[in-house]
Design a protein around this ligand. Structure first.
Ligand SMILES: [Zn+2]
Length: 314
């Protein structure tokens, strides 16, 4: 091979691909960029490879998917390599479109706004993952996480679970037993996806848990939402008078917690806050008064000292 003083676009491209294989993505990006500047174009494989490199550590950012999509759509070649992964363009376009939508919906779900609409959109998306990707694994997960277990089908189960969890969140305030049913469905999807579903199970039990308030005697369903378990000193005589069973329970079996409905709980804790704030204000006022007394004493002492000094000079 002849010695070349100046590297051309192809040399830069080859060099960039070597760096990708070695995992040196900073150098790879720079070589690929030079290859585009020399003779590449927007339809170049190098442009797609740069878009992929720019996704690293940024997989939750929708902008990187939009950028990848733009470059993939401009790409003339139907396939290319990224490191040791051989990539088909069109399946990656499909996956990138679906994942871009997924991130948007997951962000909306996290903000807990319009949860019913978000849930419906998540289900539509789940079905598209199932239909369009199916048992194929996700290419982006393979490239960045070396993970070939995430498939269109596993995304279907995952997104269906998330959609029912969103529905549960949307109704738990008004209807905890309905929320428990949605959590039950979500747990089924998680288990089909090889997960334990234990967080769903815990919510099913909490949402369907019913008690009688120790203070006011009202019934409440939905632990942590509509009633709370509060630490208390329950003497044996009081334990005998109360119940730790079924929907009539007003204390825990351990005799160390009573159940209190949300209304009683909030009333007590608001009053406790007011009292604590009152004490805080009172102690601050006393500290300010004490500080003023000390300042007055210091000023008096300073005057005495300067008087003594003047007298000793004379
Ligand atoms: Zn109550």
């Amino acid at each position: 091979m002849a010695f070349k003083l100046f590297k051309d676009g192809n040399d830069r491209y080859e060099e960039g691909n070597e760096y990708i294989k070695r995992g040196d993505f900073g150098k790879a990006r720079s070589s690929l960029q030079k290859s585009i500047e020399k003779e590449g174009g927007a339809d170049d494989v190098a442009a797609v490879q740069i878009a992929l490199i720019d996704m690293m550590g940024n997989l939750d950012n929708p902008n990187v998917y939009a950028n990848l999509l733009k470059n993939l759509r401009a790409l003339k070649s139907g396939e290319f390599d990224f490191g040791l992964t051989h990539v088909q363009r069109d399946p990656l376009i499909t996956e990138t479109e679906l994942t871009y939508r997924k991130i948007g919906l997951m962000n909306q779900r996290a903000q807990k706004k319009d949860l019913e609409a978000v849930s419906a959109n998540l289900q539509t998306l789940a079905q598209e993952f199932q239909e369009k990707v199916g048992d194929q694994h996700l290419i982006i997960q393979e490239i960045f996480n070396n993970d070939t277990t995430v498939t269109g089908t596993s995304e279907f189960f995952n997104l269906m679970a998330v959609s029912y969890e969103a529905l549960s969140d949307s109704v738990v305030w008004e209807n905890p037993s309905q929320a428990a049913e949605y959590e039950q469905i979500a747990m089924g999807y998680r288990q089909q996806n090889g997960q334990s579903g234990s967080a769903n199970d815990a919510r099913v039990r909490a949402y369907s848990n019913t008690c009688r308030c120790w203070l006011c005697g009202r019934s409440a369903s939905g632990e942590g939402i509509h009633f709370y378990s509060a630490p208390a000193d329950i003497s044996p005589a009081l334990a005998n008078e109360s119940s730790a069973e079924g929907t009539n329970k007003n204390r825990a079996e351990d005799n160390k917690h009573i159940y209190i409905c949300r209304a009683c709980y909030s009333s007590v804790s608001n009053r406790a806050d007011e009292i604590a704030y009152g004490y805080h204000q009172k102690s601050m006022a006393e500290m300010r008064a004490m500080e003023a007394r000390l300042q007055a004493q210091i000023a008096a002492l300073e005057r005495e000292i300067s008087t003594v000094r003047m007298m000793s000079r004379n």
